[in-house]
Design a protein around this ligand. Structure first.
Ligand code: RIB
Length: 304
């Protein structure tokens, strides 16, 4: 089978990761245990996930003209991702994420830097290249206007879009209608529906409110999705020894994009994506634990 062509439009960050046994309270200073830095950013992570799982991947993004920018480009190239359309700017430095890992969970603050210099006009200038894709994969760590331009162009070109709405904002209905599949977690779904943070976030209620194609990630609970006949289905999570959940959602999105662009039905694609994201949390760093295709296939086989 020919490799599916996936274009990822999104962020590229260097992740500064601090591991700690307890989270500090406000105003408190504590000692952490380990500091590490990794290549990351939701866009770059999803590009790596797609490449390891067997797609031909092109990355569209923006980095600063600095050491971190070069490091990110090299890391993608090593994975076989085409970086010809990653822009380098001199007026902003490469995006950074500070990540605190504690108790198998994380808290992330992103400084977008050069990611915010990826503009709608950059997307229209790449129309011909984007036209040669089977699937477009987007997140929201770049300007919203750029996300919007990419979704509109993909619609014009009849290319399906998977939108991972993270970080979450309320999204206009007409934009959601142009997306093939949206992949929020439960928290992001309530935000994108404009229900705010304190609403009743039972997934059943949220998914009933959302009329379009949706796959909701549920962390260790796997994923929930609406089948074509409107029925809500659950793909349970897989048991693994979790070390760091950073990038699990990105692995999920990459895996879903690869399977769907190969023509797999939604239930099969979600099963594959849940297994891939479970494997990804067994190592520290967003990209370090992302599995190869063969690993995911073996993992599914051994668990059946
Ligand atoms: O989804 C994980 C990613 O979110 C991290 O790699 C970090 O860079 C932030 O973008």
């Amino acid at each position: 089978m020919a490799k599916p062509k996936i274009t990822v439009i999104g962020s590229m960050n260097i992740d500064m990761v601090t591991e700690t046994d307890v989270m500090p309270n406000q105003g408190e200073t504590i000692f952490g245990s380990v500091f590490s830095s990794f290549t990351g950013g939701k866009g770059a992570n999803q590009a790596v996930a797609c490449a390891r799982l067997g797609a031909q991947v092109r990355m569209i993004g923006c980095v600063g003209n600095d050491h971190f920018g070069k490091q990110l480009l090299e890391a993608l190239q090593k994975e076989g991702v085409n970086t010809d359309d990653v822009k380098t700017v001199t007026h902003q430095s490469t995006g950074i994420a500070t990540i605190t890992v504690c108790d198998n969970d994380n808290r992330i603050i992103v400084i977008p830097g050069a990611n915010y210099s990826l503009l709608p006009e950059d997307i229209s200038a790449l129309k011909e290249m984007i036209a040669d894709s089977d699937m477009l994969l987007l997140q929201q760590e770049i300007p919203f206007a750029t996300v919007e331009a990419a979704i509109k162009l993909a619609n014009e070109l009849d290319i399906p879009v998977i939108l991972n709405p993270a970080p979450a904002i309320k999204l206009p209905q007409e934009l959601l209608e142009q997306v093939y599949i949206i992949t929020p977690n439960e928290y992001e779904l309530s935000i994108l529906l404009g229900l705010g943070d304190n609403s009743d976030r039972s997934f059943q209620r949220l998914m009933d409110l959302y009329p379009h194609r949706i796959v909701m990630t549920g962390g260790s609970n796997g994923a929930f999705y609406k089948s074509l006949d409107g029925e809500i289905k659950h793909e349970p999570g897989r048991k693994v020894q979790a070390v760091d959940t950073t990038g699990a959602g990105d692995t999920f999105n990459g895996a879903l994009a690869v399977k769907l662009s190969e023509g797999s039905p939604l239930d099969e694609a979600v099963k594959f994506a849940v297994a891939a994201s479970a494997l990804s949390v067994t190592k520290l760093g967003a990209q370090s634990g992302m599995p190869l295709r063969i690993d995911v296939e073996r993992f599914i086989e051994t668990q059946n």
